[in-house]
Every structure is written in structure tokens, then in C-alpha cells.
Ligand binder design. Structure first.
Ligand code: F6P
Length: 564
């Protein structure tokens, strides 16, 4: 049966009508009318507290949005995902990242294979390896323990472990420093390698496909660097391991099967942190704490599977996003973690949400009428307050914000954490309340300004308010809470994908860039190659060639390994 767009549901018609009322609501009035508003519009799950009361909605809005979720088949799709159906239809793959955090012994079979046993066998190998590296029994070629771990990967093979290692930095083993190399740009490796001792460095080549151009190029460069310092290929095995699904390519690169940590095609790149791709995290924080992270995510999985939609945190977060995106037409969502350790979380969510749901056709390939994923962006508070929050308060666009904070800090410097939380709460309050012209005038009078000064300043001091936000509070930023937080956004993304009608698990848009870059790379490396381009692209190619003329064995560009 062809897929029905959400815009054709009865719930959507009711929501459109409801929106004609809701768009006139003022949040400050809704709070004044209902002292219990925050209590009604909040919930707590797995150590995460979500206050969604500062959104332009009430309980009747939520009821209609839940109807929308039901009419779009969210429950049916959720069951299909957890059961291992091939819901990634363009690649004919199951989507089972939830199986990666299921406790040992849970029965889950895919094509007759016990995948719970497979998952735990790899986790056990990762744990044994991590233990050896952490205790120093895994030694480099000069019999010294490992001090630096360099993860070479990109996209899901980088953003998840990088974000988690930063988020959990108070738990990182004191002897180990994790580093992350992702970009084709060699500046990063060039800056890092001189600070590393090859004898105490462990490289993890992390790539689901083991064909990704950037990763292969960086891995080859790292390997060549290692062999230049220590020309003994037999010792590579002490310093290079891999996380991948592609055994042949890993072996062809020269990494032995016993140094490869496998995962499976039913793990999407941006959902792979829980698999062998999480190896740098396990090395950094230890196997036990990694297990806590998995358990936090699993607690959220169970909640997502079992809680009624109206009390289901990821479903609510998704529905509020749909309300803002498709009814209020807000084009972006800002992520504001008030926690320096979550500084990579906005970038992680960019891939999770935008690569999953940045689509324009539905699962049947039919063009969509409604907009899908908003632009996800953001940075840590309070830094953002001194950069772009001006626009959030007084700019022409309304930008919904997800504020995220931990109640307990992991440091004991007096005053800092209270100030941080005060800023976080003050921002969401100010965005919601705004400042009326009467309030602004009274403030200016209280400052003793003259009537002329008040008249001149008043328009600048008015804040429209009514700007929506969610606030997510973690009791602390522990491995378990981080696991729950990530799983929350994974399931939010899934629910939105179901309602928008897209396949959230493919990423064909990324392929275009790969093909185009290959063509131009050949032209930069070899002047005799020429393809048809527009005049702008031809001009850019000519400028690059003029600076680094292509020669068979000279010049910066031609010296680079060919982009695989
Ligand atoms: O960016 C496209 C993508 O396929 C992502 O989905 C993935 O996380 C990334 O490339 C890296 O892929 P791989 O792990 O296969 O190197």
C-alpha cells in the first residue's frame, strides 16, 4: 500500500486548525493561567528530566500530536525496528543498534543468527583488549605501555567516540590520551604526529566500510609515518587495530584478524558508537563504565518501547520538534549544552538528525510535500550567549533551543556550577518571557534615564519573547546518563523520520560529494586529465594547479595518495 503523507492524516487537519489558535498564544500568559504548567509538561526517565513547558503548546496540542504519531504508525514502525525487520529499504538492511546495548542473554535472532551472542562476544574481546592496554600489559615495540590512542575515522566512525570521550573525560585513564583524526585535510595529522611517540601510540582505524576516502588516506599516512620512525613492519600489529565490518579490506591494509573488532551491516554509521566503533571510549573509560553507558541507553530503549506515547520522552521530543518545524515553520534547532564536556554533542546530533532525516522523498521515493529535518546547530553555554544568543532573543527568526545541563558538576571549584546553571535557566526564562515595552520603560526609568534617552533606547530594549525551548537536566554527566541522553535523541530522530515518512537509515546525499571529489582530485594530481566543468570550477582548479603544479612525483598535491 502506498505510504500516506502525514499531511493527509485527520490528526494533521486537526493540528492545522489548532495551530490557528496556538499561534496567538503567549507563553507568559499560559504560565500565568496555569501554575501547574511545568509540572504537567515535564517527565523524568532514566536519570533524565525533560521540561517541555516552555513550548507554544498545551495538553490538547500534545493529545493531537500523539494522535498524529498514532496515525503515522509510530508504534508499528517501532516494533518493526526492534524486531529486526529490514526497515532500511533502500539498502535492504535491518536497523538494530538497540541490540548492541541489550543485556547478555536476551534472545534476538536475525536470519537465524543469535546476534545477542555475537554482540557480547565482540564486547568481551574489546573488554579484554582494553584491559590489557589500560593495565599496560599490551606493550608497544619498545616494551613500553600505550599512552596515546589515535582514532582514525569520519562521520559516525568519529563523531560518536569523540563526543563520548570528551563527555566522559573525568573518567579517562590518566595514562591514556585519546585523539581523533577525521578530515582529508592533512593539517590535523601534521599537527598531531610530531607530538606522538610511535613506540607508545595505538592507532584505531575505524571505518564500517573500510573504503571511506578520508579514513583510508589518513590511515595510510599514519602507517607511513610509523614506518619512517620505526622501519619494522612486523611491529605494526602492536600499534594498529581496526573496527570495521569489512574483514578483507582490513586484512589487505595489513591488520591481522585478531586485531580487528567487527560489527555488522545492521549497524548504521551514525548509530555505531555502541559497537566496536566505541573502542576508543572503552579504552579511555574502561569496560565496566562502557557497560554502564550501554545500560543507560538500554533503559531508554525499554522506555521508548513500553511507555505510552503521551508519556514517552523521545516521542514527545520528536512531536515538539514536528510542531515547531511543520506548523510554526521554524527552520533550525539550536542545541545548547551547558556543559563543556558536551561540547561535541551539537556536532554529533548534526549527523544523527540531519544525515538521518535530511531527505526530500518518502520511503517509496515520492517527493514530500512537507519539510523534514531542521538545521541542527549550536555550541556550549555560556559561550553561545556571548556569540549568537542576541539573534535568539531579538532576531527575525524564531529558533527553538534544547538546553542541556547536569545538576552535579564533576569538579569542586566553588561558584562555577551555580553560575552555569543560573545562566542556563535564565536564558530559557528570558526567551520565553521576553520584555514588554512597559517593562523596558520601567527598567530605564529605574536606571534614571531622561525621557529623551528612554524614547531613543526603548525599541532596542524590547524582547518579543514567546521563544520556545526544552530543558533537559541530567543528575550528573555519568556514562549511564550519557548513554540515555544519546539514545533519547536516536529515538527522537527515528520517530520524526516515521512521521515525515522518510528512510532515516540511508544517506545517498553523501555519495554525490564522494564522486565529484574523485574527478577533481584526478585533475589536480595530473594536469593531463581534464573533465567538463563550469567556468567557476575550472578557475578554481587552475588556481590550485598554479600554486602546486601537478607533477608525477613532486608538488604537494601529486604527492598525496590518490583519493581511493
Ligand atoms: O558520511 C557518510 C558516511 O557513510 C556516514 O554515514 C558514516 O558514518 C561515515 O560515512 C563513515 O563511514 P565509514 O565508517 O564506512 O568509514
Amino acid at each position: 500500500m502506498p505510504q500516506m503523507p502525514f499531511t493527509a492524516t485527520a490528526a494533521n487537519a486537526a493540528l492545522m486548525e489548532h495551530h490557528t489558535l496556538a499561534r496567538g498564544w503567549q507563553l507568559r500568559d499560559l504560565f500565568a493561567q496555569d501554575p501547574a504548567r511545568a509540572q504537567t509538561l515535564s517527565l523524568e526517565v532514566a536519570g533524565l528530566f525533560l521540561d517541555y513547558s516552555k513550548n507554544r503548546l498545551d495538553r490538547s496540542t500534545i493529545a493531537l500530536l500523539v494522535r498524529l504519531a498514532q496515525e503515522c504508525g509510530v508504534e508499528k514502525h517501532r516494533e518493526a525496528m526492534f524486531a529486526g525487520e529490514r526497515i532500511n529499504t533502500t539498502e535492504q538492511r535491518a536497523v538494530l543498534h538497540t541490540a548492541l546495548r541489550a543485556p547478555r542473554g536476551q534472545s534476538l535472532r536475525l536470519d537465524g543468527v543469535d546476534i545477542n551472542a555475537q554482540v557480547h562476544a565482540v564486547l568481551d574481546r574489546m573488554a579484554a583488549f582494553s584491559e590489557r592496554v589500560r593495565t599496560g600489559t599490551w606493550r608497544g615495540y619498545s616494551d613500553l605501555p600505550i599512552t596515546d590512542i589515535v582514532n582514525i575515522g569520519i562521520g559516525g566512525s568519529d563523531l560518536g567516540p569523540k563526543m563520548a570521550c570528551q563527555a566522559l573525560r573525568p573518567y579517562v585513564h590518566p595514562r591514556l590520551t585519546p585523539h581523533f583524526i577525521s578530515n582529508a585535510d592533512g593539517h590535523d595529522l601534521a599537527a598531531l604526529l610530531p607530538h606522538l611517540n610511535p613506540a607508545t601510540t595505538l592507532f584505531i582505524v575505524a571505518s564500517k566500510t573500510f573504503t571511506t576516502a578520508e579514513t583510508m588516506m589518513n590511515a595510510q599516512t599514519a602507517r607511513a609515518w610509523f614506518l619512517r620512525q620505526h622501519p619494522h613492519p612486523a611491529d605494526l600489529e602492536k600499534h594498529f587495530v581496526a573496527a570495521s565490518t569489512n574483514t578483507e579490506a582490513v586484512q589487505a591494509f595489513g591488520i591481522a584478524p585478531e586485531n580487528m573488532f567487527p560489527f555488522w551491516d545492521w549497524v548504521g554509521g551514525r548509530y555505531s558508537l555502541w559497537s566496536a566503533i566505541g573502542l576508543p571510549v572503552m579504552l579511555a573509560i574502561g569496560a565496566e563504565r562502557f557497560t554502564h553507558m550501554l545500560a543507560g541507553a538500554h533503559a531508554l530503549d525499554r522506555h521508548f518501547q513500553q511507555a505510552p506515547l503521551v508519556q514517552n520522552m523521545p516521542v514527545l521530543l520528536a512531536l515538539i520538534g514536528i510542531w515547531n518545524r511543520n506548523y510554526f515553520h521554524d527552520a533550525t534547532l539550536s542545541i545548547a549544552p551547558y556543559h563543556e564536556d558536551l561540547k561535541h554533542f551539537p556536532a554529533y546530533l548534526q549527523q544523527l538528525e540531519m544525515e538521518s532525516n535530511g531527505k526530500q522523498v518518502n520511503r517509496d521515493g515520492v517527493p514530500l510535500e512537507a519539510c523534514t529535518c531542521p538545521v541542527i546547530w549550536g555550541d556550549v553555554g555560556t559561550n553561545g550567549q556571548h556569540a549568537y544568543f542576541q539573534l535568539l532573543h531579538q532576531g527575525c527568526d524564531i529558533v527553538p533551543v534544547d538546553f542541556i545541563a547536569a545538576l552535579k558538576p564533576s569538579h569542586d571549584f566553588p561558584g562555577h556550577h551555580t553560575a552555569l546553571l543560573a545562566n542556563c535557566f535564565a536564558q530559557s526564562e528570558a526567551l520565553m518571557l521576553g520584555k514588554t515595552s512597559d517593562e523596558a520603560r520601567n527598567d530605564l526609568r529605574a536606571e534614571g534615564k531622561s525621557s529623551e534617552a528612554i524614547a531613543a533606547l526603548l525599541p532596542h530594549k524590547i524582547f518579543p519573547g514567546n521563544r520556545p525551548s526544552n530543558t533537559l537536566l541530567l543528575d550528573e554527566l555519568s556514562p549511564a546518563r550519557l548513554g540515555a541522553l544519546i539514545a533519547l535523541y536516536e529515538h527522537k530522530t527515528f520517530v520524526q523520520g516515521v512521521i515525515w515518512g522518510v528512510n532515516s537509515f540511508d544517506q545517498w546525499g553523501v555519495e554525490l560529494g564522494k564522486v565529484l571529489a574523485k574527478k577533481i582530485h584526478a585533475e589536480l594530481a595530473d594536469a593531463s586529465v581534464s573533465n567538463q566543468h563550469d567556468s567557476s570550477t575550472l578557475g578554481l582548479i587552475a588556481r590550485a594547479r598554479a600554486v602546486a603544479p601537478a607533477k608525477p612525483d613532486g608538488g604537494n598535491i601529486s604527492r598525496a595518495e590518490p583519493f581511493p
